[in-house]
Design a protein around this ligand. Structure first.
Ligand SMILES: [Zn+2]
Length: 263
């Protein structure tokens, strides 16, 4: 069976930006996997780190269950997703176990460095999937096969210089929007925290607003997620674009394609 994995930084990131596409891939016959690299331990102003970690682990497991995704345990704390070999070996072991042909991850430009580093770790873990001399933690044998990496839009839909990021393709998430919302609701602890810390007056409303805005950008869909496909060298065939399996729910952004430069 073909597999797809979403690799994000924190509990609830997948639900905010990637879960619609993941759900549609499941409907298309993919086995889907869910990894937050960090525990979410900083996501509270009232509970201790350990308490927050415990609560958010359960919430993330519940969310993965709602999505029907295989859950992978986080292995570091918030603000500690560093681009280092120890974390990379752990992400790479999961890639070798899961053998995804589609990897969904954060935008390489995003408002939080944890997101940026999660994206970089996901990219290199895939790049190293067949490198026999790169040892993973736990040790896993490598395998060279085609795997395509897609970057989600940043939560703000802009880069850090406030410029809009234009996706290369849109996925119509309207049919799975309710399920995506249900999975996001599993992260109950985040309602208060995001109010206080990031002025997201409701994290549920934030997801709704983002999905509507991306839908509007598509000019076709009500709710959408946007993706930029990572270039192919070291990953897959040049024209590989496996999200095409989503058929009528997948829309290539022709303006983006037209703006691309080739050698
Ligand atoms: Zn995050």
């Amino acid at each position: 069976m073909k597999t797809a994995i979403a690799i994000a930084a924190h509990p609830d990131d997948i639900e905010l930006m990637m879960a619609g596409t993941l759900l549609l891939l499941k409907n298309a016959g993919y086995e889907i996997h869910y990894l937050n690299i960090a525990s979410g331990n900083c996501g509270s102003t009232t509970w201790s780190s350990d308490e927050t970690k415990r609560i958010r682990l359960q919430e993330a497991k519940n969310a993965a269950q709602i999505l029907g995704a295989h859950f992978h345990h986080p292995f570091c704390d918030d603000l500690e997703i560093l681009y280092d070999a120890n974390i990379l070996r752990k992400v790479a072991a999961i890639i070798r176990d899961v053998k995804p042909t589609i990897v969904l991850t954060h935008s390489p430009e995003d408002y939080m460095e944890d997101h940026v580093n999660a994206a970089r770790l996901a990219v290199t873990a895939v790049f190293a999937r067949g490198m026999a001399n790169f040892s993973t933690d736990p040790p896993r044998l490598g395998d060279n096969y085609d795997c395509t990496v897609y970057h989600s839009l940043p939560h703000t839909l802009t880069d850090n210089f406030r410029k809009r990021i234009v996706p290369g393709a849109f996925v119509d998430t309207t049919s799975v929007h309710e399920k995506k919302l249900e999975a996001l609701k599993a992260h109950k602890s985040q309602q208060h925290w995001l109010d206080v810390s990031q002025k997201m007056n409701s994290y549920l409303q934030t997801m709704e607003d983002i999905a509507l805005k991306v839908g509007e950008m598509s000019k076709v869909f009500k709710y959408a997620e946007g993706w930029r496909r990572h270039q192919h060298v070291g990953f897959c065939a040049e024209d590989a674009d496996p999200l095409r399996v989503l058929a009528q729910d997948y829309l290539i952004n022709k303006d983006y394609e037209a703006s691309l430069d080739t050698l």
